[in-house]
Design a protein around this ligand. Structure first.
Ligand SMILES: Nc1nc2c(ncn2[C@@H]2O[C@H](COP(=O)(O)OP(=O)(O)OP(=O)(O)O)[C@@H](O)[C@H]2O)c(=O)[nH]1
Ligand SMILES: [Mg+2]
Length: 682
């Protein structure tokens, strides 16, 4: 088993819009380094990273894939590059974002005929926000119609003057020439001399002494610059650009050389963003002798192996049979078989050190985001949460075969554990299960996977809109619950106050009962009664949010005051208050992002306006596309995918995420309320 020291590990995620060549590039690296005997292709469906039946069928990546490239066999400095292949369509953004916590560097792969597209920009922004080093590969530079200089210009427009080539195409786009060590030579675009100078000048600015020396002598030995290059990368001052053709295997070794030489090893990169329960930072050190800290960034439910948790080790060493802990659990687990991954293949390994990406199978406790640690005292530690977009595109589903209900729920739970941007809601009132994803494509691929991997067929329908309810004024509520049925009776009396909370604050329950007029052990019963109403709604049957309930008075009876009595009194008192609190129905407003060629701008904006939408921003993108951002009520977006397709002749792309909840128009509220009937109160 290979054993790389932390200095010889690199972790890199390839990001970029669909079809730019990420999967092919990793395949080319694996081939060039001798890890695989034959070069697979996406077309033939035999690449290491697109290994899922569905991925092979559709010809693009759907899930985050993990691979590693050992460079020794390519006669390069022996380094292990843990490399992540992210899916390129916004439908799978959740997978892409979760890759960021596993790596120290991100490489945007660009198709030079298309430039920096929407998802690529979003991922580069997210990488910057999380303190990762960034670089760029211009892939497909073999394409004869690719204007490489124009592409570089667009990249600089997008990510600033730090975007600088570190090699250039040469000999009629059949090779690349290094521009870091070399000061001259032939290239197809620009000149090696200028590109070399620009790069070096940018880097020496990181250090006053070096800058002075450079200005005096007009020259500096590039071999002295390693610490400055990593500093510039860490701070985002430089974003090196390489040229590759994954298809024709050009520039692949050169790309690997850049990774080995310039990208930081775990000890050189910015710190991982761990925090304690109270939100204060928790420092980790890539030291193999400290207690283990590893974070799960991917869960796979393999039909054969079962559940696999894939993680990055940030600190300490996981050995065969290490005793570890997961999250807050005090129950130890044993790493009987630590694994490393190569696409869908797993390999056992003796140890995983800081900077390694590994996996453990059959450990039920592992969830997306779990922290595995060696010291039970580190229980509350978590990675700073990623801002995942909240999934809003929904479909109501039910099993096609009767009797499959509980299996469907099991399958949904498994799939949800793999995807942080998939949600499952069950509406007890409508008895409806709704799955939500980021886009129609995302939801469809969830259904496809259900069919392919779990042999589960479901029927779908347009879902109900996830309305919410709230109140718009404070009010008082009172109820006395009294029942005499033969022997023991029930008695409980509750006075409470309700008031609106700021949007998004949820629910607060405050106990201000004095002198034990409601015994303290029965206060939870009052809260339970309140929560029953909270879940089932008041005006139209939707969950109530953003309200504070303060119980301040009541009465009890020494014999008849039991839990049921106070649950009922709590419920009724809350209903009494709600009636006077100007209750409102809220609807989800989503932020919709549409990109399409500029010619369709008018039609897109007009259509959004007819859906009660409000355009908040339009932006011209390099390459003649525009991006329109609008706030639109979710209820108005039914069939938007089809409509946009028709409006833009299939060229438009869109995604949406929750922006806020706002009151529905009064007429709509009346309509929704008319359909709701509260179960009779006793
Ligand atoms: N001409 C040329 N074609 C390439 C090159 N690299 C990849 N391709 C082709 O581009 C297409 C997309 O390649 P992929 O590797 O699937 O791209 P991807 O970035 O993984 O795409 P997603 O998984 O959808 O995000 C395939 O048809 C590849 O054969 C290249 O360097 N030159
Ligand atoms: Mg791919």
């Amino acid at each position: 088993m290979s054993n790389y020291s932390t200095e010889n590990l690199r972790t890199l995620a390839l990001v970029g819009h669909g079809s730019c060549g990420k999967t092919s590039l990793i395949e080319a690296m694996l081939y060039r380094s001798g890890m695989i005997p034959e070069l697979g292709s996406v077309e033939r469906g035999n690449t290491m990273c697109d290994n899922d039946a569905l991925e092979k069928e559709v010809g693009h990546s759907i899930r985050l894939a993990v691979a590693h490239v050992d460079t020794a066999m390519a006669d390069l400095t022996p380094v292990r590059i843990h490399i992540l292949d992210t899916p390129g369509y916004p439908d799978y953004l959740g997978q892409d974002l979760s890759a960021l916590d596993a790596v120290k560097s991100v490489c945007a792969v660009i198709d030079p005929t298309r430039g920096p597209e929407l998802l690529t920009r979003r991922m580069m922004e997210a990488a910057k926000e999380r303190g990762l080093c960034r670089m760029i590969v211009i892939n497909k530079f073999d394409l004869p119609d690719a204007d490489l200089e124009k592409c570089l210009e667009e990249l600089r427009e997008t990510w600033g003057p730090g975007v600088l080539p570190i090699n250039l195409p040469t000999r009629n786009r059949t090779h690349v020439i290094d521009c870091f060590d070399r000061e001259d030579g032939d290239s197809d675009i620009m000149t090696v001399e200028d590109v070399h100078r620009a790069f070096i000048e940018r880097v020496v600015e990181e250090d006053d002494e070096m800058l002075e020396r450079y200005l005096e002598e007009g020259h500096v030995d590039p071999r002295l610059l390693h610490p400055l290059v990593t500093k510039a990368l860490r701070e985002g001052h430089v974003i090196p650009v390489c040229f590759t053709s994954a298809k024709n295997l050009i520039g692949i070794r050169d790309f690997m050389k850049v990774i080995i030489r310039h990208l930081p090893h775990p000890g050189e990169a910015n710190e991982a963003l761990f925090q304690k329960k109270d939100g204060s930072p928790f420092r980790t050190y890539p030291d193999k002798n400290l207690p283990v800290i590893a974070q799960v960034f991917k869960i796979v439910n393999d039909p054969f192996i079962g559940k696999i948790g894939v993680f990055r080790v940030h600190q300490g060493t996981i050995r065969r049979d290490s005793v570890l802990y997961v999250d807050d659990s005090k129950k130890p687990i044993k790493a009987t078989r630590p694994l490393i991954l190569q696409g869908k293949n797993t390999q056992e390994t003796d140890l995983l050190s800081p900077g390694d990406i590994g996996a453990l199978a059959k450990i039920d406790e592992l969830q997306y985001g779990s922290v595995i640690h060696g010291d039970p005292m580190d229980g509350g530690v978590r990675m700073r949460p990623i801002n995942f977009p909240r999934p809003m595109y929904g479909l109501a589903i039910r099993p096609a075969r009767r009797g499959d209900e509980s299996r469907m729920n099991e399958v949904l739970a498994k799939m949800q554990s793999e995807d942080p941007t998939m949600s499952v809601e069950h509406d007890p009132v409508l008895n409806e299960t709704v799955i939500r994803g980021l886009t129609d494509m995302h939801v469809r691929s969830i259904l496809n996977r259900m069919r392919a991997n779990f042999k589960l067929e479901v029927e779908t329908a347009a879902p109900s809109i996830p309305y919410r309810e709230t109140i718009s004024a404070p009010a008082e509520g009172h109820a006395r619950h009294k029942k005499q049925t033969g022997g023991a009776g029930q008695f409980g009396e509750v006075y409470l106050r309700i008031e609106p909370l700021e949007r998004g604050k949820g629910f607060e329950f405050v106990d201000q009962v004095k002198g034990g007029v409601i015994p303290y052990n029965l206060i939870p019963a009052v809260e339970k009664g309140v929560r029953e109403v909270l879940a089932t709604g008041f005006v139209a049957g939707y969950p109530i949010e953003d309200v504070r309930v303060t119980v301040y008075d009541g009465k009890s009876h020494p014999v008849d005051s039991k839990e049921v009595a106070f649950v009922a009194a709590g419920r009724k008192a809350f209903l009494d208050a709600l009636a006077k609190a100007a209750p409102q129905v809220l609807e989800p407003i989503v932020s919709v992002e549409v990109t399409a060629p500029e010619a369709y701008m008018g039609d897109i904006a007009g259509d959004l306006a007819s859906r009660r939408g409000q355009v908040t921003n339009t932006e011209a993108l390099p390459g003649g596309d525009i991006e329109v951002t609008a706030l639109v009520p979710l209820a108005e977006l039914e069939n938007y995918a089809t409509r946009l397709h028709a409006l833009t002749q299939g060229t438009g792309a869109w995604s949406m995420e929750l922006s806020s909840y706002q009151p529905v128009p009064a007429a709509r509220q009346a309509e929704l309320a008319a359909h709701f009937k509260r179960a009779d109160e006793d």
